[in-house]
Design a protein around this ligand. Structure first.
Ligand code: C2E
Ligand code: MG
Ligand code: MG
Ligand code: MG
Length: 288
């Protein structure tokens, strides 16, 4: 009897795996079609300079409008895109769209694009970026690429050479989600970063948590020493913002200022900022 039960639960377990595998395959098929039909689009979230309170640029975040499921968040399909190689097409499409959208924004406004470590492994990042800049007419100095610690940990000479070549073009490199990976201070010396984005897990409860404060304070002072911009991710409350200002953090991003928005809303957002600058310039008023 015990044997039957074991078998029963085993086959139940198997069919559960099956359902998951099937759902992944379904997402993969639909994602492939969505990339081919150019359905994926970037939404943009503002980056705020904390000394002036003004928008310096926007991060492009991929969105997948699905006919049945509504907007599917990247956490549900980026990992599948990376496992299946679809990330190459997805990444190329995001880069192109972000550059061509940003080329129509006012001249001082930058765009930041997330790059998967896998795109670097394929090895054509430099030519992809050069093509996207050329096609859009966006000056290289207005493009920022966000990479994660995973990439840096590979310590590959080819990756390092690509990052240096990108910087030689005038493109800036940001370290995304800083503090979440196997952080090591040594790579900050060998890799050419222009910006460090402090992961939102350190920003949460910043006002109440002395440890989080100490960590952010030391990252900010590290940034000053290295001549690197420090950006706080996921800022949601006025209290967090006050702490970040107190610690001398350069830049912030988060729902407190704005959620990611479609490109059609960006020009209006920038116009509102200009209008607000004519009246009161209270820092974030123009964005919220
Ligand atoms: P990320 O690059 O660290 O992007 C920041 C994430 O935090 C975004 O999630 C953004 O919507 C979210 N966020 C911003 N402000 C707040 C806030 O105040 N509170 C909270 N709770 N969240 C906030 P999203 O759009 O779901 O993207 C998740 C991740 O997916 C990104 O993390 C990035 O790693 C990846 N991703 C997004 N777009 C792309 C892309 O085009 N290419 C690649 N390779 N990865 C992408
Ligand atoms: Mg990012
Ligand atoms: Mg991040
Ligand atoms: Mg993240």
């Amino acid at each position: 009897r015990a044997k039957t039960e074991t078998r029963g639960s085993f086959s139940y377990f198997e069919s559960g795996m099956d359902a998951r595998a099937q759902s992944r395959r379904k997402i993969e098929t639909e994602l492939r079609a969505a990339i081919q039909r150019d359905v994926l689009q970037p939404h943009y979230q503002p980056l705020i300079d904390l000394s002036s309170g003004r928008i310096t640029g926007f991060e492009a975040l991929v969105r997948w409008p699905h006919p049945e499921r509504g907007m599917i968040p990247p956490s549900e399909f980026i990992p599948i895109a990376e496992e299946t190689g679809l990330i190459s097409g997805l990444g190329r499409s995001m880069l192109r769209q972000a550059c061509s959208d940003a080329a129509k924004w006012p001249d001082e406004v930058c765009v930041a694009v997330n790059m998967s470590p896998l795109q670097f492994r394929v090895g054509n990042v430099l030519s992809l970026v050069m093509d996207a800049l050329k096609q859009s007419g966006l000056p290289a100095r207005r493009l920022e690429l966000e990479i994660t610690e995973t990439l840096v940990l590979e310590k590959s000479g080819q990756v390092l050479a690509t990052l240096h070549a990108l910087r030689a073009l005038g493109v800036r490199i940001s370290m995304d989600d800083f503090g979440t990976g196997y952080s090591s201070l040594s790579y900050l010396r060998s890799f050419p970063f222009d910006k460090i984005k402090v992961d939102q897990s350190f920003i949460r409860d910043l006002a109440a948590n002395r440890e989080a404060q100490a960590i952010v304070r030391s990252i900010v002072s590290l940034g000053k020493g290295l001549g690197v911009t420090i950006t706080a991710e996921g800022v949601e409350t006025e209290a967090e913002l006050r702490c970040l200002r107190a610690e001398g953090c350069h830049e912030a991003q988060g729902y407190l200022f704005s959620r990611p928005r479609p490109n059609v809303e960006i020009v209006g957002l920038l116009q509102a900022q200009r209008d607000a600058a004519d009246g009161t310039s209270s820092g974030k008023a123009m964005v919220a």
